[in-house]
Design a protein. Structure first.
Lengths: 423, 112
């Protein structure tokens, strides 16, 4: 096939949209942490835009999309070798654009984990962790599902990353929350969000960017992309409504954080389904995610793991809800490359495949993350010490403060004389 | 009447509040303040420019108690706020001339 300008234009725009989700995620999470850890949260997220992109270009893309081995890619495309402006096989966009679009997914997936590790993950350990995780977990799983690996061959469906992104990051988040241990004072002390307006802004940016994430995953400007954008938006909306209603009944008040969390839960759940289901199904999938994720965030207090900002409750559970409901609601008239689910005359076959793929990714990510985390813990240490946690990660890890509203900051410049001497 | 004032580390606020409640003190005023003592400060760096920040965040408690309750309140604060490390803060007690509860006009012992 030849390069199509309309398809290429849409995927170019989608690539920018998905990239913008990572700073959106940074604000979404950042608003929820305490003020003394704000910059550390922002830094962990935006640093993924640096480190993950570099590693993706060097090796990640090749491990994900080189060759069609069942388990892992090869090194054919290391450092973008042979990945150029020519058309991608089977598509109508340049191959370098496909690699860049995929790069933005490789950036946000490890960043999703930071919500579970908030307020206590040492920055050096975080940087080493996401670097190793990209290469040994994310890229292989992307290969399994999208790069011609065993899940692709099995026929399980994942339109935009329910398993690759959300179950994968959610399982890793659970493993790290367990390894790191609880924040000092959790759950007894109030650790309420320091700036919910930023969380709401972050939600809006994520929602906006998700248009590229899901509708961009059609990899063309066509009817399927249009169906996917409707599915994405209506699932977020119905999830928000469902979460808010249930929260209202259960806890007595409809909260801003609840509405924002509901929207994100719906976006997560529709991610695997967006290009395989119809509008009505999307609304049901979203509503189911809104209710189930709301109930799932209670698990952490019941089982005692400090998943600080509910990455497990929203991304792992939301990803599973979407992946499994796709086994019920998939409709081959929407996408002939898909299949029919249980409710659309396809029997239980797809549901079985969805379950196998989901739990395989969950188990692989959880176990390998445990191993990587443990290795980092015994070498450089995963967690900051007590004093660093008390003073906050902004000062202890980054030597900065997020907010300096006071006129009595009293900052003497230590290096001023030295700077003048050097000039 | 006595005014008990304490300046403590911010993460000790909940402990101090609970300890005061345990000795029967239910009313207090709390402020976020900044202070400098023997603890010194920390360095911050912005684009290579290094700054010494010596005014550190602390929390100040003010509570008014009957004279006979002041010692218990002070002990409760000291025990709850102590970490043994430099920078734990201070407690001091001052005499108060008059206390009035605005809603009822009650004075002194009845007003605390």
């Amino acid at each position: 096939m030849e390069i199509d300008s309309g398809d290429t234009a849409w995927v170019l725009a989608s690539t920018a949209l998905v990239l913008f989700m990572t700073p959106g995620l940074a604000l979404f999470y950042g608003g929820m942490v305490r003020a003394k850890n704000m910059l550390a949260m922002l830094m962990q997220n935006i640093f993924a835009m640096g480190l993950m992109a570099v590693l993706w270009v060097l090796v990640g893309y090749s491990i994900a999309f080189g060759g069609t081995n069942d388990w892992v890619g090869n090194f054919d495309f290391v450092a973008m070798k042979d990945v150029g402006m020519e058309v991608a096989e089977g598509l109508t966009i340049p191959i370098i654009l496909f690699a860049t679009f995929q790069m933005t997914f490789a950036i946000i997936t490890p960043a999703l984990i930071t919500g579970a590790t908030a307020d206590r993950f040492k920055f050096s350990a975080y940087a080493v962790f996401i670097a190793v995780w990209l290469v040994v977990v994310y890229a292989p799983v992307a290969h399994w599902v999208w790069g011609g690996g065993w899940i692709f061959d099995l026929g399980a469906l994942d339109f935009a990353g329910g398993a690759v992104v959300h179950i994968n990051a959610g399982a890793a988040a659970l493993a790290l929350a367990i390894l790191l241990g609880k924040r000092r004072g959790w759950p007894r002390e109030g650790m309420h969000p320091h700036n919910l307006p930023l969380t709401v802004l972050g939600t809006g940016i994520l929602w906006f960017g998700w248009a590229g994430f899901n509708a961009g995953s059609a990899l063309a400007a066509n009817g399927l992309a249009a169906q996917a954008i409707m599915n994405t938006f209506i699932a977020a909306s119905s999830a928000m409504v469902a979460w808010t209603i249930v929260e209202w009944l259960k806890d007595g008040k409809p909260t801003t954080l609840g509405a924002a969390s509901g929207a994100v839960a719906g976006l997560v759940a529709i991610t695997p389904c967006a290009g395989f289901v119809g509008t009505g199904s999307s609304m049901i999938i979203g509503a189911a995610a809104g209710v189930l994720c709301l109930l799932a965030i209670g698990l952490k207090t019941r089982f005692g793991y400090d998943d600080s900002l509910d990455v497990v409750g929203v991304h792992l559970v939301g990803g599973l809800v979407g992946a499994l409901l796709l086994g019920l609601f998939a409709d081959a008239t929407i996408n002939e490359a898909g299949a029919d689910g249980l409710f659309f005359g396809g029997g239980a076959e797809l549901l079985g495949k969805q379950a196998a793929a989901s739990f395989a990714v969950l188990a692989f990510s959880f176990i390998v993350t445990m191993i990587i985390g443990k290795l980092i813990d015994v070498t450089i240490g995963l967690r900051v010490d007590e004093d660093a946690e008390e003073i906050g990660l902004d000062i202890s890890q980054h030597a900065e403060t997020a907010y300096s509203f006071s006129g009595i900051a009293s900052m003497d410049r230590i290096s001023y004389d030295r700077d003048l001497e050097g000039s | 009447m006595k005014l008990v004032t304490a300046v403590v580390k911010p993460f000790k606020v909940d402990d101090v509040k609970a300890a005061l409640k345990a000795v029967g003190v239910t009313g207090m005023t709390v402020q976020e303040v900044k202070g400098v003592g023997r603890q010194g400060g920390h360095a911050e760096v912005y684009r290579g420019a290094e700054y010494k920040v010596d005014l550190l965040p602390k929390v100040r408690f003010d509570l008014i108690v009957a004279p006979e309750d002041a010692a218990a309140a002070v002990d409760a604060i000291v025990e709850a706020a102590a970490t043994g490390k430099i920078g734990d803060g201070k407690v001091w007690v001052t005499d108060v001339d008059t206390v009035v509860r605005i809603r009822t006009g009650e004075r002194d012992a009845e007003a605390v």
